[in-house]
Design a binder for this molecule. Sequence first.
Ligand code: EPZ
Length: 455
Amino acid sequence: MTTLSDDAKRQGERVGLNVDTITIHGGKPLIGRVDVRGAKNLVTKAMVAALLGDGPSVLRGVPAISDVAIVRGLLEAHGVRITDTGDGELTMDPSNVRSAHFAEIDAHAGSSRIPILFCGPLLHQLGEAFIPDLGGCRIGDRPINFHLDALRAFGAKVTKLPQGIHLTAPERLRGAEIDLPFPSVGATEQVLLSAVRAEGVTELKNAAIEPEIMDLISILQKMGAVIWVEPNRTIFIEGVDRLGGYEHRALFDRNEAASWAAAALATKGDIFVAGAKQPELLTFLNVFRKVGGEFTVMEDGIRFWHPGGPLKPVIVETDVHPGFMTDWQQPLVVAMSQAEGQSIVHETVYENRFGFTDSLNAMGANIVVHQDGIASITRRVPRRALEQAAVITGPTPLHGADIRVPDLRGGFSHLIAALAADGTSTISNVGIIARGYEHFIDKLRDLGADFETAD
Ligand code: EPZ
């Protein structure tokens, strides 16, 4: 059985990071500049989209993170020729796409959730697809029922096997009417990647409209797709017979940008996040300001800093776009633990995304998690049984502790807490952070953090 620490090691190794543990001497503000490149949650999908073309695609701004390495391995296993200029430009040539063996796919898939998005493109190219058991961060059940229901609606035959799922398309996929029970990011991408080359028109209701999805739609349009984004979360896709390659610079990673902003605030620091843009961060910036952080939007990035004085408590509810992203809450909770009063974070997207707060409490924070969430009348999405709410009472001084990283965003929040705390913390399993944060150890060093690493 693969343990979390085996997984962490593998994630790190995929990007040449042979570090398991960081020992951080906290209490120093992070000051300086970090560069943020393409979004993990767009780049990996854009790479899958390259499979749909009949010519090479060029993607720029690709970060060196392990989720990208996983998708690259999967594409190569399916015969896609990939060349890498070494500075974030990938050329992907799908002219010789072929089926891959179960074992080969399984070996490359690692703990990522991206393999599920290979279904539509592979069904179009080869008439079949195999998807191994999916991983991803352990932040809830993360089922794939919306994906499989959509694929069946397009005409795919789905067979569950002990090793994973086998899909076949005896005929060309055909357009479908799909109404998602929740505006799922992954299921919306599944529908887009399947519908663009299906026969006829697809109508997708209750679609996710995150900026990464809009960027994926832009890429598909460059390839020759016809996609109409209507008001009220409805997307119409007119299927076409063939698609070409694309050239595209990936949207910046707004989750990484928000994480460094949160690190600046919690450590009383000052960080210029080069590459960050305002429109995709509007909601985050509002909350950042309400907690007491300052920022200045510049042409080539955003500067985030702690202006001195006390931080203020806030109440936020995670939501689908344009709401406050679930991925932003973990890094920001550390700053909330330093605010004067009670903050509340109501998590409405995942059912188990507060596991990281146990370690923050061990470091001195006062965070109580309520399993049944909070009733609120102003929800954009229907209330679901899986909601949780965390009540964070501050300010509480943080002190060093020994921590194991549980998942990507939770892990980054542990790094922030250790950097903000008095004393020394030892954080293990840091390879998991390489899934979504490029060169994070070098960036911490450049920002003046005081730490040592061990294998
Ligand atoms: C994407 O996950 C991101 N991952 C997540 O980022 C992000 O938190 C999430 O979208 C929400 O923005 C990638 O893009 C690789 P969903 P995804 O489908 O697509 C339920 C990070 O840290 N659901 O929108 O898997 C699901 O359980 C990661 O960067 C079903 O019930 O998210 C969840 O409660 C973590 N059935 C909700 O919908 C399904 O078939 C939203 O999930 C699919 C989803």
